[in-house]
Ligand binder design. Structure first.
Ligand code: NDP
Ligand code: 13P
Length: 316
């Protein structure tokens, strides 16, 4: 089965490099032409050469693939599905986004299922920086689909020598792991940026993981999924590295420094969405709540820190 990647950002470009034989679609005609001409995506993933076997296009009608990897920011996906519904519906759609839709309060597979009922949908998620994948460094990811057969088909088709996919049918768990770790990574970045120390970051990661599990359980996911690549694995990667945009964004907030507003920071919208979702479901998620409050200017970082530390002492 042929594969095409829709979205020529950092991750889409990296996946094209890893898969080798694939079509890469960019929404902007000029951008597509530039990548095709230079064999580089200097806007989104500088320093990486695309294999000659990757073709680049701006024209969806030239896509000849049964499997489409949707590599765009979470909040853009709903509109994209609506706009291109007729083209997308008959194919297998693999969401590569990490987040929760701000309006629907559901993850990427849920958004596909709602927009295009009956379409085969899956999620590719887990710990991976685009630059690492593009360079062919060893990476392990989760491919999640409710249909076990579809998960296995995609696992076989999308795994490569250096990109090892584990399959899972717990879509909700995989969606939540990838979405929630970005929120905790913003919090971890704030802690480091504000000079609160690495012990505080470790505490945030562990308590953040506890609230990730609480929400996952409330939504019917399996805690084992959260303990895997898409949850714990990605939490460790994203909270521990300045390669992460979510972490860097948090650091800038913590240090009161500038941050490029054009950077994709999925955890910002997701923090707000999840704070609402948790409230609606009666799930206690204090770190997520504090991140959302700081981003919305309702609390300063000092007030958020004080509020977290003043919570009643409790069992772990
Ligand atoms: N970068 C990484 O290391 C990883 C990213 N991811 C996930 O992948 C997703 C995409 O991130 P990433 O590629 O890094 O982001 P980038 O900011 O690098 O790129 C986003 C891409 O999405 C395109 N896009 C934006 N809006 C639309 C739209 N309405 N329709 C079609 N395309 C659109 C952009 O086009 P344009 O350039 O024209 O603006 C751009 O090509 C995110 O959910 C992220 O969490 C997952 C794992 C690793
Ligand atoms: O999802 C990622 C790593 O798995 C990339 O993280 P950022 O979006 O924070 O850069």
């Amino acid at each position: 089965m042929n594969v095409a990647i829709l979205g020529a950002g950092a991750f889409g470009t990296a996946l094209a490099c890893a898969l080798g034989h694939a079509q890469l679609w960019a929404r902007d005609a000029e951008h597509a032409a530039e990548i095709a001409r230079t064999r580089r995506n200097t806007r989104r993933l500088p320093g990486v050469d695309l294999p000659e076997t990757v073709t680049v296009t701006h024209d969806l009608t030239t896509i000849d693939a049964e499997i489409l990897l949707l590599a765009m920011p979470m909040q853009q996906m709903r509109g994209f599905l609506r706009e291109h519904a007729d083209f997308l519906a008959p194919r297998i759609l693999v969401a590569c986004s990490k987040g929760v839709d701000m309006e629907l309060l559901i993850g990427p597979v849920g958004v596909i299922e709602q927009a295009l009922p009956g379409t085969q949908a899956a999620l590719l998620t887990g710990p991976s920086f685009a630059a690492d994948i593009a360079r062919g460094l060893p990476t392990a990811l989760t491919i999640a689909a409710r249909d076990a057969e579809l998960a296995e088909t995609l696992q076989t088709r999308l795994s490569t020598e250096n990109l090892r996919l584990y399959r899972n049918t717990d879509v909700t768990g995989a969606e939540l792991g990838g979405a929630l770790k970005n929120v905790i990574a913003i919090a971890a970045g704030m802690v480091i940026g504000a000079g609160l120390g690495e012990s505080a970051r470790a505490a945030l990661m562990a308590r953040g993981y506890a609230e990730m599990q609480r929400l996952a359980l409330a939504l019917g996911a399996e805690t084992e999924t959260l303990a895997g690549l898409s949850g714990f694995g990605d939490l460790v990667l994203t909270c521990g590295s300045e390669k992460s945009r979510n972490f860097r964004y948090g650091m800038a907030l913590g240090a009161d420094a500038d941050f490029n507003a054009g950077t994709t920071v999925e955890g910002a919208a997701t923090a707000r969405a999840v704070a609402r979702l948790a409230r609606e479901r009666g799930v206690d998620m204090p770190i997520t709540r504090m991140v959302a409050a700081v981003l919305d200017g309702m609390l300063t970082l000092t007030e958020a820190k004080g509020a977290l530390l003043a919570r009643p002492l409790t069992l772990e």
